[in-house]
Design a protein around this ligand. Structure first.
Ligand SMILES: [Zn+2]
Ligand SMILES: [Zn+2]
Length: 321
């Protein structure tokens, strides 16, 4: 009975991402899939709860705190550690980084890293799943996340991560950690309502602010790196793609806005190449290195910095002329 089996299979694919059936011959394979909209509709609809749960500074501060610590996990761990291996840590540290990144509800660490490695090897070429140049702004920001062709975790691209069963588990069942975070926040809110009524919060309010609103804002800020950091901003380096440096994106993503720098030299943990290129993720990683939580942070090679200086001089001369 294929008509019953098919929707059932699609739900299993949502619950166990490594059970995803690949079918590139399907004419809808590369198009937006309504089933894949479900998690995003739930996340955005949850924000409507703002209408009913009331306001408290406690809930707002928790939402802001969770935005910052999870943005750091996405940029510092999912991006600079799992995707580019720009520093080292212990196996236990790596697991904590994976769980921490997973709380952002941006799927598992292997899927994230594999997609990102593909982005770097085909930046702004037709194979780049989220190139605004190739597929338009909407698709690069969000649409690509709903195409069946972008759903499987390509384990061939992440053999260094796929050898750890604990990371594979998190990647397969990528919904467990975000749901645990939501449950924890609800419980925390209810506990505070009982023990500290002066804070004026409760379970539903904490869930809406701390989980739904914080996660949705975090999601769109991360997506800006795929959409706007390849369309708006300045280009210091003539990279083969259309990547840009953008101060606004660097602020909201804690350093990811120096995207043209990053495409010039993705092997460095540092993306802001100068002191005025604010890169909070890098500062936090340096602090973690100081207390021994991570080590071997890879710097930007002198040659790349000299190239950058030369381009500054050339531009200044051109302006003066
Ligand atoms: Zn890029
Ligand atoms: Zn990258």
């Amino acid at each position: 009975m294929p008509s019953i089996a098919r929707p059932f299979r699609r739900i299993i694919e949502l619950l166990d991402s490594h059970r995803f059936q690949q079918n590139p011959a399907d004419p809808n394979w590369t198009r937006s899939d309504p089933v894949r909209w479900i998690p995003y509709i739930i996340l955005h609809a949850g924000c409507l709860g703002l209408i009913w749960v009331g306001f408290s500074w406690t809930a707002l501060l928790v939402a802001a705190f969770l935005y910052v610590v999870r943005m750091f996990a996405i940029t510092g761990f999912y991006h600079r550690f799992f995707s580019h291996r720009t520093f080292r840590t212990s196996r236990f540290g790596q697991f904590i980084f994976a769980v921490w990144g997973n709380t952002a509800a941006q799927r598992g660490p292997l899927w994230w890293a594999a997609q990102h490695r593909k982005h770097h090897s085909h930046s702004d070429e037709p194979e780049d799943a989220h190139s605004p140049l190739q597929h338009g702004l909407y698709w690069s920001h969000f649409g690509w996340l709903t195409a069946r062709s972008n759903m499987p975790t390509d384990l061939h691209l992440v053999p260094d991560l796929a050898k750890y069963p604990e990371l594979v588990f998190l990647d397969r069942f990528d919904w467990i950690v975000p749901i645990l975070l939501g449950g924890f926040l609800y419980g925390l809110g209810e506990l505070l309502a009982l023990t500290a009524p002066g804070l004026a919060t409760n379970g539903w309010q904490m869930l809406v602010y701390g989980f739904f609103v914080s996660t949705v804002v975090l999601f769109h800020a991360t997506c800006l790196v795929n959409s706007l950091a390849h369309t708006m901003g300045t280009r210091r380096f003539e990279t083969k793609d259309d990547s840009r440096n953008n101060l606004f994106i660097a602020i909201v993503t804690m350093g990811e806005g120096w995207h043209n720098n990053h495409h010039r030299y993705p092997a460095s943990a540092r993306q802001g190449f100068y002191w005025w290129e604010i890169d909070v993720t890098y500062y936090l990683l340096k602090a973690m290195q100081r207390v021994g939580l991570v080590w071997d942070i890879k710097p930007v090679p002198l040659k790349v910095l000299e190239d950058a200086k030369e381009r500054h001089r050339d531009k200044a001369v051109a302006r003066a002329a």
